[in-house]
Design a protein around this ligand. Sequence first.
Ligand code: AMP
Ligand code: MN
Ligand code: MN
Length: 318
Amino acid sequence: MTDLQTAIREKFQAASRILIASHVRPDGDAIGSLLALGLALQDSGKTVQMVLADGVPATFRHLPGSDQIVHRSEGAFDLAVTVDCSDLKRVGSALDGYGSPDIVIDHHVTTEPFGILNLVEPEAVATASVLIRYMPAWGLVITPPIAASLMTGLVTDTLGFRTSNITSEALRQAADLLDLGVDMSALYFRSLVRRTFAAARYWGAGLSSLEQANGIVSVTMTLADRKSAGYTGNDDADLINVVSSIDANEVAIIFVEQNAEHVKVSWRGLKPEIDVARIAKQFGGGGHRAAAGAEVRGGLDEVRERVLRITRRALNDM
Ligand code: AMP
Ligand code: MN
Ligand code: MN
């Protein structure tokens, strides 16, 4: 076992009250990794508080233990851990009052080591995959409910095992989870396929703004779209996956208006030579080569114009 794995195991063993947090606008890997680590530490006798500043979206409320996830931490802790977060900003208010985490477990290429111990493996397809690699070394057991959370992380971050970073290791990990009795088909359907009627209406509003120019296909989702569709999340309802499937482009972008001063921007690279994490970094965001995001300050029209212009310029240099 490496020094880092030994140090992490010792930190877990020494702690009795553990705080675990993941990122705002949580996805399946954030929630799956949070629950997997949280439930496994509970099984080993620890008191665990699992925190997501934005709570659990309806798409993931079927996961065992998700009802224990709170919006804000409360009380004192001996140890704070973040999973699937590339920087402290991404945690939002979940770690307010605690400062830097003791342990950072992540897989983003843009991650700065903002914890005391940093386990960051950018070639891993999901943070769930990093956990599957090391939980046994930390003395943590993958039970069937934990396996369901880990499978959710693998399935969602790889869009059902079809992203360009897929590895034989990830497929073997999924096979091992199947052997533990996980219903992969049901988890896949709930997290990647099934959508609420409101989300579909929100997609419709977004798709009516579809534009294609200079190799960039983009969609803009306004607060008014969200309201008239009755969609309660503050994200794109995964419309980016639909926009990314439109042929003959280099990059897909979604602009999601958050308020008068902020726009959430998502980029997806549609060709292997394109690195959108580099583009998102220019806007203070981050992510992976093929999928990245940023929270950009400014009004919707101004942000859209600036992001399209800078993205086009960056593509010319790649
Ligand atoms: P999204 O576009 O939100 O689906 O995210 C795509 C990838 O970029 C994910 O790996 C996110 O964790 C990452 N990402 C999204 N937004 C940000 C941000 N504001 N800062 C850093 N990374 C981000
Ligand atoms: Mn994530
Ligand atoms: Mn992830």
